[in-house]
Design a binder for this molecule. Structure first.
Ligand code: FEO
Length: 400
C-alpha cells in the first residue's frame, strides 16, 4: 500500500521520491534527493498531469491503480516533456491505451522524437479548456520556461495551478508535502539552486509567464518538483519574480581557486575585512570543493561577487573557469564584481577573470589585485582597501 495523498477536491498527489539518483540530469548533485510530482484528478473523466522518471514507473503505476481501480485514464496532460516527467509515459500508455495525450503544438514532436508515439494526440492552444465533469482545466502556454513546449494547467474549479518545473526545486519530500509542513529555508535554498541552474537562463520568459498568470486566482501551486504550495503560494511566486528580475540581497560571495593556498589566504583575508566592515552575509567557496550549482545559487542570492584565481597554464584555474562559464551562460545581470589572484612565472588567472568581467558587463568594484608567488604587505593593504570599498558599495546600494 502506497501513501494516499489528496491535495484538494479529488486531486491526488501521485508523485515519487528519488533518493537513489546521485546527479540530476547526470550533472547536478542531489544528495538530498528530488521528488517527481505527478497529479491525478479523479472526476467523471480521469486526468493525470505529467508522469515521473522511468526509474520509478512501477511504484507510480501502483499508485494510480490504488486510486482508480479498474477505471480507465481519459487524459494525460503533458505540461513538460523533459524525461524526468515524461519517463513513464510509454508505460502509462501501455496500461491505458485509449488515453488521450494532451499537449500543445510544440509538445508532440518531442513525444514522437523521444518515444515514437504518434497517436491519440489531443492538441490544445493557449486558453483552451478541457471539462472533466466538476473540474475545468484551462491551459496557459508558457514557452521556454525552460523548454519550448512548456505550459501550465489551471483548474478553475479548485483554483490549483499545475505549474510543471516552475516554482519547483530539489529535495525529496520527506513526509511533508505542503508548504506548511516543511522547513521553508531548506526548500527555498534548493528551489533557488534549481532555478539558478536550470531555469534562470530563461528569466525573461519567466517574467512573461508571471505576467500571463497574474490575473488568475491561484489558491494552490502544484509543481512537478518540491513542495505543493497551498498556504502561501504568493511567497514562492514573489521569490520567482525576484530571481527572474535578478534582484539580490545584501551580501558577498567570494569564489576562489587555489593550488597551494596563496589565493585561498587572500580570500580569507578579504572575507574578514568585509565582515569587519559590517557585511553579515559573506560566503566563501573553494571552487574545487563545492559544486558550481551551489555557488551559482548563492551568487543569485547576493549582490556582490569576488572571483579569485591562481594562474594555471597561463589561464584561470579550471574549477574557477567552470564557475565563470556557468555565470556567462546563466544570463545573470546586475551584480558587483571584484577580482584578485596569484601568479608565479606567468600570469593568466587575474587577466582571464578580467576578460570575463568585460564580457559580462557587471560593475567592477576596486582594482584587480594580483600577488606574485605569495601575497605580501602590498597585496594585503590592497585587499583591505577593496574589502572596505565592497562593504561601502553595498551599504550605499541598500540604503537607497
Ligand atoms: Fe523537471 Fe525540466 O524537468
Amino acid at each position: 500500500m502506497n501513501c494516499r495523498l489528496t491535495i484538494k477536491d479529488k486531486i491526488h498527489w501521485i508523485g515519487v521520491n528519488d533518493r537513489e539518483t546521485t546527479l540530476f540530469e547526470n550533472y547536478w548533485p542531489i544528495d538530498k534527493g528530488v521528488a517527481y510530482n505527478s497529479y491525478l484528478i479523479n472526476d467523471d473523466k480521469i486526468a493525470i498531469l505529467d508522469t515521473v522518471k522511468f526509474n520509478k514507473t512501477t511504484e507510480y503505476l501502483e499508485k494510480i491503480k490504488e486510486i482508480i481501480g479498474d477505471k480507465e485514464v481519459d487524459y494525460l496532460i503533458v505540461n513538460h516533456m523533459e524525461p524526468d516527467h515524461s519517463g513513464s509515459m510509454l508505460a502509462l500508455i501501455g496500461a491505458y491505451p485509449n488515453m488521450q495525450i494532451v499537449g500543445n503544438k510544440k509538445t508532440f514532436p518531442f513525444i514522437e522524437g523521444f518515444y515514437g508515439i504518434t497517436k491519440n494526440f489531443f492538441e490544445v492552444g493557449d486558453g483552451d479548456m478541457i471539462d472533466l465533469g466538476k473540474h475545468k482545466l484551462r491551459f496557459y502556454l508558457t514557452p521556454m520556461v525552460h523548454w519550448p513546449e512548456t505550459m501550465m494547467t489551471y483548474d478553475e474549479t479548485s483554483n490549483v495551478l499545475f505549474s510543471m518545473d516552475a516554482f519547483g526545486g530539489f529535495g525529496s519530500l520527506d513526509g511533508g508535502v505542503f508548504d506548511d509542513e516543511i522547513n521553508f529555508e531548506f526548500y527555498e535554498d534548493e528551489t533557488r539552486r534549481y532555478y539558478s541552474n536550470i531555469v534562470a537562463k530563461y528569466s525573461p520568459m519567466v517574467q512573461r509567464a508571471l505576467k500571463k498568470l497574474s490575473g488568475l486566482d491561484i489558491k494552490m501551486i502544484a509543481p512537478t518538483h518540491g513542495p505543493v504550495w497551498r498556504t502561501d503560494p504568493g511567497k514562492i511566486v514573489s521569490l520567482y519574480d525576484k530571481w527572474s528580475r535578478f534582484e539580490a540581497d545584501h551580501g558577498v560571495v567570494i569564489v576562489y581557486g587555489s593550488m597551494y593556498g596563496n589565493t585561498a589566504k587572500m580570500a580569507d583575508y578579504l572575507a574578514r575585512i568585509i565582515a569587519e566592515n559590517g557585511v553579515k552575509n559573506v560566503k566563501v567557496f573553494d571552487a574545487s570543493k563545492t559544486h558550481n550549482s551551489y555557488i551559482l545559487s548563492e551568487i543569485w542570492k547576493y549582490k556582490a561577487v569576488v572571483i579569485g584565481s591562481c594562474a594555471y597554464n597561463t589561464k584561470v584555474f579550471s574549477s574557477v573557469e567552470t564557475v565563470l562559464a556557468k555565470l556567462s551562460n546563466s544570463g545573470l545581470k546586475d551584480r558587483y564584481i571584484s577580482v584578485f589572484g596569484n601568479k608565479s612565472w606567468s600570469g593568466g588567472g587575474v587577466s582571464g577573470i578580467e576578460t570575463f568581467v568585460e564580457e559580462i558587463g557587471w560593475e567592477k568594484i576596486g582594482d584587480s589585485i594580483e600577488a606574485t608567488y605569495s601575497p605580501k604587505d602590498t597585496e594585503f593593504m590592497a585587499l583591505t582597501q577593496l574589502g572596505k570599498q565592497i562593504a561601502a558599495k553595498l551599504d550605499e546600494t541598500f540604503s537607497k
